[in-house]
Structures are given as structure tokens and as C-alpha cells.
Design a protein around this ligand. Structure first.
Ligand code: SF4
Length: 61
């Protein structure tokens, strides 16, 4: 499972980093996927994607 963030859609709300800090990191105004982060190990990417208010988190199987 791979994850990425649509930078255009992300509003930097910080929800994903709160839910899944192993994978997502909040920067000044956007969230980013932490380099080398593993969604399968973290087990919280789907919850973060479901909770993103702008559906900016894209999960690719
Ligand atoms: Fe961006 Fe969505 Fe994360 Fe909020 S939850 S910081 S909008 S990717």
C-alpha cells in the first residue's frame, strides 16, 4: 500500500499527522508523507485518508 498527498488539495489542517504520525508530518502549511514511511506497518493510513476533510490523501494498493 502506497500513500501520497495531493498538495493542491491539502489545506494543512493537521488531522492526518494527528491520526497517523508514523506516516504523515505537518509542515508549515501542508502535510507531507514521511520519507520511508510504511502504511502497512503503521496501519493508520486508511483512517487518516477517511478523515481528511479535502480527500487529499491518495492510497494506492
Ligand atoms: Fe492535508 Fe488532509 Fe492531512 Fe489535513 S488531513 S493536513 S488536508 S492531507
Amino acid at each position: 500500500m502506497k500513500v501520497r498527498i495531493d498538495e493542491e488539495a491539502c489545506i494543512g489542517c493537521g488531522v492526518c499527522a494527528d491520526i497517523c504520525p508514523q506516516v504523515f508530518e505537518q509542515t508549515d502549511d501542508k502535510a507531507v508523507v514521511i520519507a520511508g514511511a510504511n502504511c502497512d506497518e503503521a496501519g493508520c493510513c486508511q483512517e487518516a485518508a477517511d478523515s481528511c476533510p479535502t480527500e487529499a490523501i491518495i492510497i494506492e494498493e
